[in-house]
Design a binder for this molecule. Sequence first.
Ligand code: SAM
Ligand code: SF4
Ligand code: SF4
Length: 354
Amino acid sequence: MDSPAADHSPASVRDAFGRPLKSLRLSVTDRCNLRCRYCMPETDYVWLPREDVLSFEEIATLTGYFVDLGVDKVRLTGGEPLLRRDLPRLIRLLSHNRGITEIALTTNGVLLAEQAQELYDAGLHRVTVSLDTLKPDRFRRLTGRDEFSRVLDGIESARAAGFPDLKLDTVAIRGVNEDELVALIEFARHIHAEVRFIEYMDVGGANEWSMDKVLSRDMMLERLSRHYGPITAIPGRGAAPAQRYRVPDGASFGIISSTTTPFCAQCDRSRVTADGLWYLCLYATAGIDLRGPLRMGTGPDHMREVIRRGWVSRQDRGAEARKALEGPGMREAGLIGIERLREDPHLEMHARGG
Ligand code: SAM
Ligand code: SF4
Ligand code: SF4
């Protein structure tokens, strides 16, 4: 039975290191229409069984429990979230929850042009489009698909629909797109957006990540300051994964340096997969099953207690633990083998949402 006196006070839920439960990433599908080399390099994947994928009502109900415990920001991701049919309906359902102050979306942009206005009208607040290159040929090689112009159309449509603070996310990889940092900053400035460079992360294992492919934050800053002059960090980062910077002529950009300078100490993020497993960290090897109890008809109090207990015992600092693996080849050895990835598709970035 639900007791009205139950303590759902958001301020009360902190993990083992005092980090609050705040930001929730909801992966709405593990499927994708691109095959980015650093994320889904394989041609074949084991997909989550369709019957396990949560309905929009189930996602909204679960999210409500998280909001009762402190979550106020929700980001829809995947896989490619715009492949999920009628995503605006989920956004409308989430918008009814007054505890959610921000609903955001991370997309590869391929299907954005046709959906941007409807997403905005449904109540989506922010959009981040992943864009690793401005060169169509390179885009094709990097993603395995010839969709560059549709992504640009998607970005333009998002602007036209009225989304504020449009962001572009670029995974910066040595020997792949390291020559485009300035071009991406200038492109973003031109369209009144902001680019965030993400260090290549060793999540999953199929992508054959190695440390020598990582373009570190320090390398990026060094290259950019050679072009722009002195770069200054913009204060007031809070729990945001990106540190923002400004160049002398006023342009700004961000860097998410999870690989070389992790930010776990402030991390308030967790992830729910499309089939309802809750991961307390991007690097966690196991998730907490929320679909099972939800579908068994477990009451709200008990569901909130499962979540509360999970968060209170959270000790994850995945990126810091990876960083501590010093020595040649040590981090590479932490990658998960293909056989294990096939046995458990949740271990891949595209299943847990980046
Ligand atoms: N498909 C959508 C997209 O690409 O925006 C949403 C899901 S994708 C997994 C979310 C983000 O994770 C993207 O910005 C992607 O570039 C990033 N990502 C995927 N694999 C990564 C890796 N190995 N290292 C760093 N970022 C990665
Ligand atoms: Fe798909 Fe996004 Fe992964 Fe690229 S990064 S393969 S678009 S899920
Ligand atoms: Fe948070 Fe885990 Fe990423 Fe660290 S590695 S910032 S704890 S999700």
